[in-house]
Design a protein around this ligand. Sequence first.
Ligand code: CA
Length: 221
Amino acid sequence: MRLLIVEDDAALGERLLERLKGAGYAVDLAADGIDGAHLGATEPYDAVILDLGLPGKPGLSMLREWRGAGNTVPVLILTARDGWSERVAGLQAGADDYLGKPFHVEELLARVQALLRRAAPVQAPELRTGPWRLDEARQCLLHDDGREQALTGTEFRLLRYFMRHPGQVLSKTRLAEHVYDYDAERDSNVIEVYVRRLRTLLGATCIETRRGQGYVFQGGR
Ligand code: CA
């Protein structure tokens, strides 16, 4: 899952970036409305955290442009604590949720997770494949027999993306776009290596290869 933060308060932006990366997301940070509008229009994010008061271009204008162009990415807006009119305008412009400043980062994290859950086709509260359950908080796999399997950051992000899109053909490019942030070197061939690793962990049939198209997550038995 890949997130975009658009926030001109550098200290807050960095704090959110670190916290969300720590929670296992690939995250890009834009510090003004111009960069933010460009990234949001061109990169395939799974959710956007959008401050409304921004240099370059106001958050509301960005949001209206994205929605006007058919971009349905879930957007959580950050508003002034007493800014009820801002919140109304934001929701009318197509925001999915809002949070008034100042806020606790834990609440932001919970709201982002809720947005992603609502947006993904998987309705189940837990991500499960065969006897394995993905523990999103601890970024590991838990077996029904009590065993625990550690995952690297990339393994976790890739597996979570697969689990949220079961039965769909996912190209290596698309997987790389959702697993790595903008600054990472996105070599889609590396995805092959990680898929092999996930097959070792979960069984060879859990991820099917579609030659020339990509992969389909079938889940484990
Ligand atoms: Ca601001």
